[in-house]
Design a protein around this ligand. Structure first.
Ligand code: UQ1
Length: 429
């Protein structure tokens, strides 16, 4: 009786501040790892730190912008996503001291750990563009972005109501997550303008800070064909630096001639959001000079602190930041960390950089880009995925969301490598 009383009093009066495994971030990387470790560790061993009450299937926001799904259809309460024997600490981390195995929360509380997984994602920063937030907030019929929950719901109306003029789509001069998204929404918009019988009255322009349309040659060639066929104006090395909402002007810096500006009049401006690492990580000993968490790209283990691992958008792994990259790397992280945690020496494959970008090119077609480190294509299906295909569209629109909700965040999807091996074995027979 006495001991039961003590347990209850302890529960009510003190919070547990030490966990064997602490995970910063309950996005898809954090959840995939939490779900896997939840099967290996008893209750009260894992804590996941994140203030966000709603989990978003972020790859769905292009579909929301195109009017194919509602914002509510691509989100779920976090309570339905976090594994039941994992403690959800509903705060944000604001400092990490890996020398002391400490994470400090924004309410001042300190959590200590034996092992840490950083899965904090990255931060959107519209402040990098003068006037952008004012325009997004106050002129949502003309200035939009699919990149945040707050603005994504304005996109479809703005696209669907456009009758004439200049539609400009931008790609920023920072590392971004889902680097294909700024052009996916453009292709869908262009198709929507056709459906609305206004395409001949609209100029569609893609202004990108990059020197090419896409970083992987094979898909860049395919996308250049789409751009040509659909009469899209492509301008490279232009970075959006200012939006003047009253005169509807977008000011771009020519990155090849720094300081030289070019002004475009717009009737619709879709902003590819500038992004940056979270400040608390950038200033921590975990980050490299770029501000992203410095991990071994093949093991996901931190280069200086061996009890720390990281996954997804917060890392400096040189591959495109996508949910598919999390799919391709979460099992590798979990198996490497398990070896360390349980003193095993199981052989673990090295992460090859697998990532994927389902490039929606219209309502009904998609180029399914899949590649590894150094931009080498590595395709799952035994067909040329550089071609626009209906099957890839269905995969992106209807299959990926359930794969994400039912498998990836539940820790049972390790990417399509198994299918790839199966198909390619089949081909060689
Ligand atoms: C993938 O695994 C994944 O994570 C669930 C995505 O994110 C939503 C993707 O977009 C893609 C393409 C994959 C890869 C899966 C297959 C079947 C090619």
């Amino acid at each position: 009786m006495n001991s039961v009383y003590h347990i209850i009093v302890r529960r009510l009066s003190t919070q547990q501040n030490h966990y064997k495994l602490v995970i910063i971030g309950s996005g898809c990387g954090g959840l995939a790892c939490a779900s896997k470790f939840a099967k290996k560790l008893p209750k009260d061993n894992i804590a996941i730190i994140d203030k966000t009450e709603i989990h978003t299937y972020q790859p769905g926001w292009t579909l929301v912008g195109a009017g194919l799904k509602t914002a509510e259809e691509v989100e779920k309460p976090q309570t339905q996503c976090i594994p039941s024997n994992t403690t959800w600490i509903q705060s944000n981390a604001n400092q990490v001291e890996p020398e002391k195995n400490h994470v400090q929360l924004d309410n001042g509380r300190k959590i200590t750990y034996d092992y840490l997984i950083v899965a904090a994602g990255m931060q959107i920063n519209f402040n990098k563009i003068k006037g952008a937030i004012d325009a997004l907030d106050n002129d949502p019929q003309h200035v939009v972005s699919i990149y945040t929950r707050k603005y994504v719901t304005n996109v479809y109306n703005a696209l669907n109501n456009l009758r004439a003029g200049n539609a400009i789509f931008t790609f920023p001069a920072t590392t971004i997550k889902c680097p294909g998204a700024p052009q996916k929404i453009m292709y869908l918009a262009e198709d929507l303008f056709r459906k609305n019988n206004v395409r001949d009255k609209i100029t569609v322009t893609y202004n990108t800070s990059l020197p090419v349309i896409f970083g992987v040659k094979k898909y860049a060639a395919a996308l250049m064909e789409v751009v040509k066929k659909r009469n899209i104006q492509l301008n490279t090395r232009l970075n959006l630096v200012e939006v003047r909402k009253d005169s509807k002007e977008a000011i771009f810096e020519n990155l090849d001639q720094p300081g030289t500006m070019k002004t475009f009049k717009y009737d619709l401006l879709h902003i590819g959001a500038p992004m940056q690492p979270h400040e608390f990580l950038a200033k921590s000993p975990l980050a490299d000079a770029s501000g992203y968490v410095d991990v071994d790209k093949e093991t996901l283990q931190h280069k200086k602190f061996p009890n720390v691992f990281a996954i997804g958008d917060c890392t400096n792994i040189p591959t495109s930041k996508t949910a598919a990259a999390v799919a391709g790397s979460n099992d590798i992280l979990v198996r490497n960390l398990s070896n360390l945690m349980f003193g095993n020496s199981d052989k673990v494959p090295k992460y090859d950089g697998y990532t994927s970008c389902p490039l929606l090119t219209s309502y009904g077609k998609c180029i399914l880009a899949e590649f590894i480190f150094d931009g080498k294509p590595l395709e799952t299906f035994p067909v040329d995925q550089g071609k626009e295909r209906r099957t890839a569209y269905i995969l992106k629109k209807d299959i990926m969301p359930s794969l994400y909700w039912n498998m990836l965040i539940k820790g049972t999807w390790n990417g399509p490598a198994t299918f790839r091996k199966m198909f390619h074995l089949g081909m060689s027979k």
